[in-house]
Structures are given as structure tokens and as C-alpha cells.
Design a protein. Structure first.
Length: 333
């Protein structure tokens, strides 16, 4: 029995895929179904064929357009009218936005491209946006290549990092190892001190200690000698060399005035010479004269002269073929 107020409808069917009924073949209100596509059609009162039912409801009709899923699949809009599935991937990946109008994807979080802001210490970060000694303060148990922050006040370097112009507040203590000069002519600069008039440098850039081999030689012909004792020690601090030496030689071939050579550094060419203390035995000298040693300028030897006891000019001491000479003093380089 027909429902009062309604007109009976007639249903047509088709099994051809994608087949859509023509409006001319349907009366207003009549239905048609495509049993292959799973779509139900009708002709409205404007003589247009409309789809009123789908086996798979598209996104444009409030559905998904999908017929099956795998566990973990995510739906996303791949166009303005359709939905697509983003299959799940291996553990440890995160969903990353591709940007406006771009499909999302799974991937690893890139610290340089995906993360912004500063991670606080409470969340395992440094609470700093740049690496520095201050940035490691208050980090307990932090470990990284090159440095380990152990407490709020100590920073222990585990390799050999380079630190550019650090400023230390308070004393620095070396428990093991040494401070090593990395570049020649660099050292400790004392420019914080008030300089005296005539100051030429406040940089301590040289310290050295060692031994050298002194020799007896002549001013005209150095010659050679035979020795029973031939020792020398020196310490250089900045541009000053302190030394002690002793030679005992039993024969020599030098000619000219007496010299003792072999000093470890060449003396300053601008200095007039440095007087040294001398002790000598068996040097043949002139009566009423005493021996005096003088480091010559721009040289590595000590000249030995005779100075009158009562005053007057010094005279050279002729090379002595056998003697015992001990010298001590300092000079500038």
C-alpha cells in the first residue's frame, strides 16, 4: 500500500563500472543503482541526477573514501576534496609537518631545523643558547666530547679543547701537568703593573736551563785544547742569561789574547759588555795586575784582561797554554 502523500518510486540497476544514469531516462523521484560501484542515484525535481548513497562514502560527502586500514594508519587531506592514509612506520619516528599545502611525513626530529628555544636544566638541557663555561654551571653529571661538568663550580676537560680568550676569576691551580707555551715569543704579560721609565717590555716569554761546553781559545787563532774539566751551566730568564763555568786544560794551540768561548746564547749587540767574576790558577799575568772577565757584545765568549791594581787601563792577557779557570756571571741577549 502506498504511503499517503507520497508517489511510488521505481528502481533501476546497472552492473557496469562507472555507469551513471542519464537524466532523460529517469522520471523525477526515480532511483537507479550501480551495483558494481555501490552508488545509488535519483533524479531530483530540477531534473538533475544526484548521488544519495555510496558503498565507500567520499570526503566530499562526509566520508573518508577509504575501504581498509592497517593499525597505526593516519588520515590526512591530500587534496582539498579527498583524504589519504599515511602508513605507520618504525618505532622512534615522529610526525613532521611538511608545511602549508604539503603532506605530512614520518621522520626523526632535526635539532637544527625542527627545534627552537632553550632547553632548561630541569629537562636535561643547559639553559643556554651557546656553549661556554657559564653554560655548564649547575649541570650535574653532564657528559660531552671535550668536557664534563661535574658540579656547579667545576668544569673538567677530558680531551684538549681550545678556549678563546677566557677570563679566570680567582686563583688557578694545576694538580697535574704544566702550562705549556704553544707559540714562540708568547708568554706571561705583566702590563697590569705600572711600568718604570725606560721600560721596553713587560712580557716574560722565555725560561730555560741547561748545560754548555766552555772552551779555551785565542783571539787571533781559536786553536784547540785538551781538558781534564770542561763544564758549564746556565739559566735563561727572559733576555738575561746567568751562567757558571769551569775549565781545566793542560795544553792548547790558540794565539792572541785569552778568551773562554762556548756561551749558550749570543750576547746583545747593543750592550758594552758584562763583567763576570773570575777565579784562575796558572794564568801567566803581569805583576800588580788582577784578572778580569768581560762578556763581549754580540759574541759567545768572555775576554780575560789584566787590570792594574792601582788603577789605569786594562791590557790583554796573552793566551795561556794551560790553566784552571772558573767564571760566573750574567749577560743580556
Amino acid at each position: 500500500m502506498a504511503q499517503t502523500g507520497f508517489t511510488p518510486i521505481q528502481l533501476y540497476s546497472s552492473s557496469t563500472a562507472t555507469n551513471v544514469p542519464l537524466a532523460a531516462n529517469l522520471a523525477t523521484g526515480e532511483l537507479a543503482i550501480n551495483i558494481t560501484d555501490g552508488k545509488l542515484f535519483y533524479k531530483d525535481n530540477a531534473s538533475a541526477v544526484q548521488v544519495i548513497g555510496w558503498k565507500v562514502v567520499p570526503a566530499t560527502a562526509g566520508g573518508t573514501g577509504q575501504t581498509s586500514y592497517a593499525v597505526g594508519d593516519l588520515l590526512y587531506a591530500n587534496t582539498t576534496t579527498t583524504l589519504a592514509k599515511l602508513p605507520d612506520v618504525a618505532t622512534g619516528n615522529a610526525l613532521i609537518s611538511g608545511g602549508v599545502s604539503t603532506a605530512p611525513s614520518w621522520g626523526k626530529i632535526g635539532l637544527t631545523t625542527h627545534v627552537s628555544g632553550v632547553l632548561p636544566v630541569a629537562n636535561g638541557g643547559t639553559n643556554a643558547s651557546a656553549a661556554s663555561i657559564t653554560a655548564f654551571n649547575n649541570i650535574t653529571g653532564y657528559t660531552a666530547t671535550g668536557a664534563t661538568g661535574t658540579t656547579s663550580t667545576n668544569l673538567v676537560f677530558s680531551t684538549s679543547p681550545s678556549i678563546t680568550t677566557p677570563t679566570l676569576v680567582g686563583d688557578a691551580t694545576l694538580s697535574t701537568g704544566n702550562i705549556i707555551q704553544g707559540t714562540a715569543a708568547k708568554g706571561v704579560n705583566f702590563t697590569a703593573n705600572t711600568a718604570a721609565a725606560g721600560m721596553t717590555s713587560q712580557l716574560l716569554n722565555w725560561y730555560e736551563q741547561g748545560t754548555f761546553t766552555p772552551v779555551a781559545q785565542g783571539s787571533s787563532t781559536a786553536g784547540t785544547a785538551t781538558y781534564s774539566t770542561q763544564t758549564g751551566q746556565y739559566t735563561r730568564i727572559g733576555n738575561r742569561v746567568l751562567f757558571n763555568l769551569r775549565i781545566i786544560y793542560t795544553g792548547g794551540t790558540g794565539t792572541g789574547n785569552m778568551r773562554v768561548g762556548g756561551l749558550p746564547f749570543t750576547s746583545n749587540s747593543a750592550m758594552a759588555g758584562a763583567v763576570v767574576s773570575i777565579y784562575a790558577e796558572n794564568l801567566a799575568g803581569t805583576a800588580l795586575y788582577i784578572f778580569a772577565g768581560l762578556v763581549a757584545s754580540n759574541a759567545t765568549y768572555i775576554g780575560i784582561d789584566q787590570v792594574p791594581v792601582g788603577g789605569g787601563g786594562a791590557i790583554g792577557l796573552t793566551y795561556d797554554g794551560a790553566a784552571d779557570i772558573a767564571l760566573s756571571g750574567h749577560y743580556f741577549v
